[in-house]
Design a binder for this molecule. Structure first.
Ligand code: SAM
Length: 293
């Protein structure tokens, strides 16, 4: 069922604000973020001790409650109760945007379910900030966050990603960045463009731009420290047939697939199939109903 949210219309419940925090440079905190953190009744923070430093810096005295991946299940209904009782809450993670490879999405879903306005603030984010300076085409891009930890799964995931034309964006820890770029070099090939964005917005911010092979060599000669975003050029030669998994399906199968996977009515799905296949709607309609009877 359709759900609409008029964020700033007067409402009985509190508002759930999603507040990004700096990824290294305190000056990246926006005026609005400071004001919202001052105004809300409660701050739900991934690590209250870490966030306290930020609050002290901006002279914010709002009370905090911990909200992280290990307690989000029991915390979410408690926070929803508070919101339903008219309290506004700001959710923050340790750095950057809540919910982006960080806790938050379950609370957002629960708030939407309870008809509570979810208001996002724009602000710091490591992926987008790195992407715009990478020199690699920023759109379309595919954001994955962290890759699987186990080697077998890592390689399988990279092989899947090798079918994509979009620019790829990853988060990685300093301990693993070398291994991951080495695997990228063998799966994507030595010539693929790759950029490491290190310590973005911090004093030792650095961009390492080269081919996968060149970046592996750079990593071999470096003491690897700091936080990294990895940006990889998409595979220009990716097989576009991937997009046409329906090629050998009947029209009926195609319509049913669209209905199931995109929660559309048969009418909407038939329209979509006609568009995808570039054939008249009537042809899909006839085939669907004839085969159906
Ligand atoms: N929610 C955050 C955001 O919006 O960017 C991301 C949180 S995720 C747990 C942390 C990862 O983001 C790090 O391991 C690193 O890959 C990346 N990251 C965070 N700060 C960074 C920085 N200043 N420079 C480069 N990468 C950074």
């Amino acid at each position: 069922m359709i759900e609409t949210q008029k964020s700033f219309e007067k409402q009985e419940t509190g508002i759930l604000y999603l507040v990004p925090t700096p990824i290294g440079n305190l000056e990246d905190m926006t005026f609005r973020a400071v004001n919202i953190l001052k105004e809300v009744d409660l701050i739900a923070a991934e690590d209250t001790r870490n966030t306290q430093k930020l609050l002290n810096h901006f002279e914010i005295v709002t009370h905090q409650i911990s909200f992280h991946e290990h307690n989000s299940k029991e915390r979410t209904p408690q926070l929803i109760d508070k919101l339903l009782n008219g309290n506004s809450i700001a959710q923050v993670s340790d750095a950057g945007m809540p919910s982006i490879s960080d806790p938050g999405v379950d609370l957002v879903k629960a708030a939407i379910e309870a008809d509570i306005s979810v208001v996002p603030l724009p602000g710091p984010n490591a992926a987008l900030t790195s992407l715009i300076a990478s020199g690699i085409s920023p759109q379309p891009f595919y954001f994955l966050g962290f890759l699987p930890r186990k080697k077998k799964e890592l390689i399988a995931e990279l092989e899947e990603l090798n079918k994509r034309k979009e620019t790829l964006v990853f988060y990685e820890s300093p301990h693993r960045v070398k291994q991951v770029v080495e695997e990228m070099s063998s799966v994507f090939g030595a010539e693929r463009k790759l950029v490491l964005a290190r310590e973005v917005t911090k004093r030792f911010e650095e961009f390492i731009r080269g081919t996968t092979e060149e970046v592996v060599e750079w990593l071999n000669n470096e003491k690897i420290r700091g936080e990294f975003v990895i940006i990889v050029e998409g595979n220009e030669d990716a097989d576009t047939k991937e997009d046409k998994i329906w090629e050998n399906w009947t029209l009926k199968e195609h319509v049913e697939f669209i209905m199931e996977n995109y929660a559309l009515s048969s009418k909407q799905a038939m329209k979509e199939v006609a568009l995808l296949r570039d054939i008249p709607k009537r042809e899909v309609y006839t085939a669907y109903h004839e085969l159906d009877s």
